[in-house]
Design a protein. Structure first.
Length: 95
């Protein structure tokens, strides 16, 4: 059974797949999903050593496989990716 590659929840039957390049691009522009932050923060607290969100970021940057995301994580990623695009187009709107 497949699980979301960010939060480990079972995804919906119509779960989206994202190419590794898209995940890398999002991470390189500051994407830090809430589920990953929670997980790696708790791991850092348990092990009390260098296990933090930056370790997840490095994992994403090295990954070459597609990512399967549940609806919640996919929405978070899509919103992150759309943010700069919305800001860019807002420059052309009349005020």
């Amino acid at each position: 059974m497949t699980h979301c590659d960010i939060c480990n929840c079972p995804p919906e039957p119509d779960a989206k797949r994202y190419p590794a390049a898209r995940m890398r691009s999002a991470v390189n522009t500051g994407f830090r999903p809430a589920a990953a932050v929670r997980l790696y923060t708790s791991l850092a607290n348990v092990f009390q050593r260098g296990v933090g969100i930056e370790q997840w970021v490095e994992q994403v940057r090295k990954d070459t496989t597609d990512w399967v995301l549940c609806r919640s994580c996919a929405t978070e990623l899509d919103e992150h990716v759309e943010q700069p695009r919305r800001r860019r187009w807002s420059l052309f709107r009349r005020r």
